[in-house]
Design a protein around this ligand. Structure first.
Ligand code: F6R
Length: 248
């Protein structure tokens, strides 16, 4: 695993955006696995800015997103489709049909999840998978549990995830209790993984993912088995690794 130690959120965002733009430059028809949430917002801003300056084009890029809340329509302002449109897709030249976000309103989740995995396989898997991480170590919405789930699936969100995401909703009761998430098969099938983290509240999850036992109790720990992971994090998120002398 290569680790980039960045000063703060902005430096983390810029580094992540440089890596993503580099992937697109080397492989203009790449498949990007994309994430939502606070962590990638800054990187998306840099990418939009560089697109406006004609430094990067998404014309031939395809994207698949990690997850979506069950029950939220694409135009709900807290849906992950809405997040992607407003933070990235509406501001770059990606072809709308080339973007995929799980359908939170599907009437047949099992069939939908199977199709999502089949689509990812048909693309030859993802070239670069962008990941944030939950305070409990979740990646995508693969929550801590007794086993790693391979396929795209419907997840019951952990209480800690509902607590963490309540900040985006009018009240905690409005946070959906379930999501559709890509499974570990698609994440681990990605040729490269770009894991990003910012803030001290992520320090334990990052430490456990990098140095802890590989266990579904900390889903991010599975990344120790992936051969091409880059971790870009700020000093706050890396503080436990720094304190333990794992990185300088
Ligand atoms: C989002 C996702 C989640 C988030 C994680 C961290 O698509 O898959 O795993 O990356 O919950 O969220 P933030 O970045 O808001 O702290």
């Amino acid at each position: 695993m290569r680790i980039f130690r960045e000063k703060d959120y902005d430096a983390m965002s810029r580094r992540a955006a440089v890596i993503i733009a580099g992937e697109i430059t080397h492989n203009p028809a790449c498949v990007l696995g994309l994430a939502t949430g606070s962590t990638p917002e800054g990187a998306y801003k840099y990418l939009v800015d560089w697109h406006r300056q004609k430094l990067v084009s998404f014309r031939n890029v395809r994207s698949v997103n990690l997850d979506e809340y069950v029950g939220l329509a694409p135009d709900h302002d807290q849906s992950y489709r809405y997040f992607m449109q407003s933070n990235l897709f509406d501001h770059v030249d990606i072809i709308p049909e080339h973007t995929q976000v799980p359908d939170g309103l599907t009437q047949d989740p099992k069939a939908f999840c199977d199709e999502y995995d089949a689509y990812i396989r048909s693309l030859g898997y993802v070239d670069m998978q962008l990941l944030g991480i939950g305070r409990n170590g979740h990646i995508g919405f693969n929550e801590p549990g007794d086993c790693f789930v391979k396929e795209t699936h419907v997840v019951d969100l952990a209480e800690s995830t509902i607590d963490a995401n309540a900040r985006f909703f009018a009240s905690r009761d409005d946070v959906p209790k379930q999501a559709i998430s890509m499974g570990m098969g698609a994440i681990m099938g990605a040729k490269k993984v770009l894991l990003c983290a910012s803030g001290e509240e992520k320090a334990e999850a990052i430490y456990n993912s990098v140095c802890g036992p590989i266990t579904p109790k900390c889903p991010g720990s599975i990344l120790q088995l992936h051969k091409n992971v880059v971790l870009v994090a700020d000093e706050a998120a890396l503080c436990k690794l720094i304190a333990a002398g794992v990185i300088a």
